[in-house]
Ligand binder design. Structure first.
Ligand code: NDP
Length: 616
């Protein structure tokens, strides 16, 4: 669909200068408080708004039994629910703290929100629902409606508990059921439970001095207040801001989508930047239905695109001689292909792991040079342009793609306040202070992200008690322990849907859910079909899986990187963190492995039936 041009070679002297600059920029941002520099939004004054999108409706508590309880009504829960329904499991119950399905797409309704990965591989179950994305990168409302459509089509609303927060899970070994308790007084049982709460469900704020003193309006981007800003989640100018002074704190993936909309509102917008995001071309546009009909004519087209996305993204790991077509053509596949082209350029007789690392570094330098040149091309004020250039390897932070963000800084009402890596100094009753200067504003919008690689059991927010009362926190005391990133020994009939010890952070998250949900459904069918109603991974399978990851697992961010959530804000990687790695064979290897495992049908590593409790 698209072609990429190979990265030009970077001269040695230039490469040395870039390495030095990157190290200087990283060192500037190193802080001793690491992850402790943040606080959860729910623990602050901003957390008081439980749900800005929908009122909570009273209902009677549930004390019944279901076959399968799904915690989380985002993509993970919806796809799992759909797969189970396809397999004839009628009583599936999705539980979510939100008032409707959608997960991150329920909460995040900030203006300009859209997916950053091609809609065709970002929106799951397109083939099953028949939905035709309207744009190459669909906007948030369309994705949210797609989630609702999945819920309706598969009857997932019937038994769902929305606006409901799970407060505890406890396994009853005698009865072989999970007890599920919630904040709405529910106390019901389920044969099986899956947890798919997503990696971005705990919003955070920096612990900036004076943050509670601000007397104006403030909100996190997950709680966008359209009553205050005007406009609506479906679009339109934020007309109530025209005479307002707005501070945006943060310049990550969220901010780069919201800032162009704030810019159009005419509001005096101050963008407080600690580290710039690398912003490459997005190339969004409408989908031609005729083209789509041709592209999707054959059954299995979306799985084909999923596989093609993963193959392109990780192409540099594969056989350099293999030709892989790019059928997706988004920023991620192009990034992957550029890396692959760099590796392919190594003459076969000179190939070595060191040469490969050099080639990848060279491609990265060249790509980032291109992205920095793009800033100069698009931003007229040289000072702003200089501030917007990112000086780190592209994958040290979440890459950005946008066609309007950089140009926003050409508007007279948009001001970059570059904090030179230090962050906002203080917040007062009337504004935001940087380098001793106060910027008076009416509203502060925190685009400061989410907890990501923090302790999973803590992020989950409720205790999980497995066999013999052993909690998940205790089981993971020294680090995460899973088999295939999904199963845990001592926690029968419980499934996780997440990326660690699995496809990992670089993979396309929805694809991960699509693939793992097939296995969860297959395991449930096997367990219910053989009459035991019970499946559990063995201690040996879990131990082997964990040991392999500790030895060969792929870390994401490195200590060489500028701090960010990919490398736990630059803190040392302790043993616990070293468990938070990806499958050594990458996402493509992981998907292939779990696919073959399921197809083999003998489910090696799992025990079915009571004997699981005593198996080694
Ligand atoms: P991020 O964590 O990416 O960004 C937070 C921002 O806040 C960073 O720019 C950070 O700076 C800044 N910040 C933190 N503390 C301070 C401080 N004291 N002073 C000033 N600035 C500060 O959060 P986002 O919500 O942008 O994105 C989170 C993730 O959500 C993305 O990485 C992506 O995975 C996902 N996402 C996906 C989208 C999509 O696919 N369409 C859209 C939006 C988000 P610094 O970099 O220095 O830490």
């Amino acid at each position: 669909m698209t072609t990429t041009s190979p990265a030009p070679s970077i001269p040695q002297s230039k490469a040395d200068a870039l390495r030095q600059r990157y190290a200087e920029e990283r060192d500037k941002r190193q802080r001793s408080d690491g992850l402790n520099q943040y606080v959860r939004v729910s623990d602050t004054i901003l957390g008081e708004t439980i749900d800005p999108h929908m009122p909570v409706i009273a209902r009677e508590p549930k004390a019944d039994h279901v076959t399968f309880a799904v915690i989380g009504g985002g993509f993970a829960g919806l796809v799992t629910g759909a797969r189970l329904k396809e397999k004839g499991i009628a009583d599936v119950r999705i539980i979510d703290k939100a008032g409707d399905f959608g997960g991150v797409w329920y909460w995040n309704r900030y203006p300009g929100i859209m997916c950053d990965t091609s809609s065709f591989v970002y929106m799951p179950l397109l083939e099953e629902t028949g939905h035709v994305p309207t744009e190459k990168f669909a906007h948030g409302p369309e994705i949210r409606r797609h989630c609702q459509q999945i819920g309706q089509q598969y009857g997932l609303y019937d038994n769902a508990l929305l606006h409901t927060l799970v407060t505890g899970l406890r396994w009853d070994d005698e009865e072989s059921v999970w007890h599920v308790r919630t904040n709405r007084g529910d106390d019901f049982t389920a044969d099986f439970v899956s947890i798919g709460v997503g990696p971005l469900h705990v919003a955070k704020l920096p612990k900036i001095e004076g943050i509670d003193e601000f007397a104006g309006k403030s909100f996190h981007t997950t709680q966008w207040d359209y009553d205050y800003t005007g406009g609506s989640p479906d679009g339109g100018i934020l007309d109530r801001l025209a005479d307002k002074r707005i501070a945006v704190i943060g310049t990550g993936a969220t901010a780069i989508q919201a800032i162009p909309e704030l810019a159009k509102s005419g509001a005096e917008t101050f963008v407080f930047q600690r580290t710039p995001t690398s912003v490459d071309v997005r190339g969004n546009g409408p989908i031609d239905p005729e083209w789509f009909a041709g592209m999707s004519a054959e059954a299995g087209w979306q799985q084909g695109l999923f596989d093609n996305f993963a193959a392109n993204w990780e192409a540099y790991r594969g056989d350099p001689a293999e030709e892989i077509e790019d059928l997706v053509g988004d920023g991620w596949t192009q990034l992957g292909r550029r890396l692959r082209d760099g590796v392919r350029a190594i003459p076969p007789e000179e190939f070595s792991p060191e040469r490969m690392m050099q080639a990848l570094e060279n491609v990265d330098f060249a790509t980032m040079e291109d992205i920095r040149s793009r800033v100069d091309e698009l931003v007229t004020d040289p000072k702003a342009a200089s501030g917007l250039k990112a000086w780190y390897s592209q994958l040290c932070k979440r890459p950005g793609f946008h066609d309007e963000y950089l140009q926003s800084f050409n508007r007279p009402n948009v001001h970059l306040v570059d904090t030179d890596g230090k962050g906002v100094e203080r917040i007062t009753a009337t504004g935001v202070v940087v380098a001793g200067q106060e910027y008076e504003v009416d509203c502060i919008i925190y685009a400061t992200g989410f907890e990501y690689l923090t302790d999973y059991a803590s992020r989950l927010g409720f205790p999980v008690e497995g066999r013999d009362g052993r909690t998940l926190s205790a089981h993971w005391d020294e680090g995460m322990r899973t088999f295939q990133g999904i199963h845990m020994h001592g926690f029968p009939n419980l499934f996780l849907q997440q990326m660690l010890q699995a496809a990992f952070l670089g993979a396309n998250v929805p694809q991960n859910y699509v693939e793992t949900s097939k296995n969860i459904a297959a395991v449930v069918v096997e367990a219910t079909g053989n009459g035991t109603n019970r499946a559990e991974t063995t201690a040996a399978a879990e131990e082997e899986w964990v040991a392999m990851h500790l030895e060969q697992g792929q870390p994401f961010g490195s200590a060489e990187c500028t701090p960010g959530y990919y490398n736990n804000e630059g803190t040392d990687s302790d043993l616990k963190n070293r468990h938070n790695v990806g499958y050594p064979g990458g996402a493509t290897g992981y998907f292939k492995l779990i696919d073959e495992w399921r197809a083999a049908g003998d489910f090696v590593g799992l025990n079915f039936g009571k004997s699981a409790s005593t198996s080694a």
